[in-house]
Write a protein that binds this ligand. Structure first.
Ligand code: THU
Length: 177
């Protein structure tokens, strides 16, 4: 049985892995902005471009903060979403949630490999945009269905922060429980 020490060791290893990924990113940031060939693969660039394209159809008249999300699956398919707001503000839907709903409605039940999330340039600072708490849980549903821990590409003005869903939502509750 794993005692508290073993559990702590595992946690430390997990956070070191997350730090390594962040270091990789900041090195990528030094090499130049994403889209200029720094740090990301062609497949990632394609996913980020799909998220940006989706954001062009955002319905975000209240926040004026268009968000794009793109999900890549093991078969190469990309499913996108964007935020859809409502005059009753609290009913607004996030880009990631919409993308997951579309994928599930297409019959997808797993195989989620990677997610790209983009925000508007020059709004709320240059920092990479990270999925909100609700979206992390919604992403976790489709991820756990296929037992994957997808890469989350959080796109900023000058860098892409690549994390795992498990970094953003450790010990997440989902259909595997
Ligand atoms: N938003 C997303 O679409 N995804 C997130 O993960 C964070 C926030 C949207 C909701 C709202 O329409 C706008 O961004 C400002 O919060």
């Amino acid at each position: 049985m794993a005692g508290p020490h073993a559990i702590r060791a595992r946690l430390r290893r997990a956070s070191v892995a997350a730090m390594d990924r962040e270091r990789k990113l900041s090195r990528a940031g030094q090499r130049g902005p994403v889209g200029m060939g720094g740090g990301t693969t062609m497949k990632d660039e394609e996913l980020i471009a799909a998220a940006r394209e989706a954001a062009a159809n955002a319905y975000a008249p209240y926040s004026d903060y268009p968000v794009g999300a793109a999900l890549r699956f093991a078969d190469g398919a990309i499913v996108t979403g964007t935020n859809i707001e409502n005059a009753s503000y609290g009913l607004s839907l996030c880009a990631e949630t919409l993308a997951v709903a579309k994928a599930l409605a297409e019959g997808r039940r797993g195989g989620l490999e990677a997610v790209a999330v983009t925000g508007p340039a020059g709004k709320g600072g240059d920092a990479p945009i990270t999925p909100c708490g609700r979206c992390r849980q919604v992403l976790n549903e489709i991820a756990q269905l296929g037992a994957t821990d997808p890469a989350i590409l959080c796109v900023g003005a000058h860098e892409v922060m690549e994390l795992r869903l498990s970094d953003l939502l450790p010990h997440g509750f989902g259909p595997a429980h």
